[in-house]
Design a protein around this ligand. Sequence first.
Ligand code: GLN
Length: 189
Amino acid sequence: MKVGVLALQGAFARHVDALRALGSPAQLVRTPIQLDDVDALVIPGGESTTMSKLLASSGLAQPLAERLADGMGAFGTCAGMILLAREVLDGRADQSSYAAIDVTVRRNAFGRQVDSFEADLDVVGLGAPFHAIFIRAPFVEDLGPGVEVLASAEGHPVVCRQGPVLVAAFHPELTPDRRLHQMFLDQLH
Ligand code: GLN
């Protein structure tokens, strides 16, 4: 399994480090040819509106939509979760999302006064809590019956999975805990 990390904008470098630490030779994806060459994709945090524009201008928007519709595995964190969602609330009118997971997310959902916070989350399938760093994070406001909620913060789902697609509202690449990246790699096999 070759895993790519979308590297148009945002926090992609630490995802590459995390995957490589787990023995997966992660490849940067910036072009349609590079997307063709990978079997699964991490979409990092950053700014979903900017990434949405860069996906269009790089020619990746259409091939990415096709690969996701074909069932490609994907792990979206923060802005990446927004891009994978079926519907985005408080988004910009021109921002696209790829409906790879049946969730409605709200951008910047935890409110401006708590732009960033950290929390120890109980995640289904992981033993000890996961220390999660949230940065202007979204949360899941609504979800379809096929979506499994793996963790919540302040009563809102923040880690979800549907088939080969895993999303987290926070930045798992910013802590040395690799268990969510490992979960993503494990579900690809
Ligand atoms: N608020 C950002 C957005 O809407 C996401 C923040 C993040 O990825 N840390 O895209």
